[in-house]
Design a protein around this ligand. Structure first.
Ligand code: 13P
Length: 255
């Protein structure tokens, strides 16, 4: 069964608590929204955003990163149980900025996905190639390596099979924050590669049910084409999710 379209906004290190509260007050989603809407504010803004969002808006919340331990001496980190208590139900794992600016590797992503699933939240595993990797013809190799590093864990496979909690986000690094968007054909091609591997690890029913989002310079004027590409089950929006009206226009295109 085709998963429900998801429109997610990753605010990155933008919008503190006061700005998050303003955003929530200004956000007006189309009344007939069928898409699932998720926002990933900075963790410090989560409470303010949650308080100001109207219950009818049905916006789910997530955090942009977690540590794999539940508590302990890890200065500067936050854990899955804390994120859950603060109202998060989703967690981004392995975002390209975590991988390329903060040096996170596939092992980190794997441990984090395990911890997120164990803690009852839903991981959104981000994968994507750099421009150099793309020019060398390594798109499939890179994104499959990033996906397999996580699916190699028996615990991850079992939990996904029994609880159906995993999303992927294909975010080509060269398209993030650059204004360069993958064409709908590029996105569909990468998503098909990921879908095939999901099915081979998880079987038809579970593998077909994992939503795959596209991210990288999604804007109100290109979201519709991307969302209608085959195997694109949603979008993960950075810059254009910071403005409530442009985010709402993208949500409207998810149906
Ligand atoms: P932009 O939409 O700003 O390119 O960011 C994409 C992204 O990284 C979402 O996680």
């Amino acid at each position: 069964m085709a998963p429900r379209t998801m429109v997610a906004g990753n605010w990155k290190m933008n919008l503190g608590p006061a700005e998050a509260a303003d955003f929530a007050q200004e956000l007006t989603l189309p009344p007939s929204t069928r898409s699932e809407v998720v926002l990933f504010p900075p963790a410090l803004s989560l409470a303010a955003l949650r308080e100001e969002l109207s219950d009818e808006s049905e916006v789910a919340l997530g955090v942009q990163n977690v540590h794999w331990e539940a508590s302990g001496a890890y200065t500067g980190e936050l854990s899955v149980p804390m994120a859950a208590e603060a109202g998060a139900t989703f967690v981004l794992v392995g975002h390209s900025e975590r991988r390329h600016i903060f040096g996170e590797g596939d092992d980190d992503a794997s441990r984090k996905v395990e911890a997120v699933l164990r803690g009852g939240l839903t991981p959104v595993l981000c994968v994507g190639e750099t421009l150099e990797e793309r020019k060398r013809g390594e798109v499939a190799g890179v994104i499959l390596r990033q996906l397999e590093a996580v699916l190699e864990s028996g615990e991850v496979r079992e939990r996904i099979a029994s609880e159906a909690r995993l999303l992927l986000a294909y975010e080509p690094v060269w398209a993030i924050g650059t204004g360069e968007t993958a064409t709908p054909e590029d996105a569909a091609g990468a998503h098909r590669i990921l879908r095939e591997r999901l099915v081979s690890y998880l079987g038809d029913t579970v593998g077909e049910g994992v939503p795959i989002l596209y991210g990288g310079s999604v804007k109100p004027d290109n979201a519709g084409d991307l969302l209608s590409a085959p195997d694109v089950n949603g979008v993960l929006v950075g810059g254009a999710s910071l403005d409530p009206s442009s985010f709402a226009r993208i949500v409207a295109q998810g149906g």
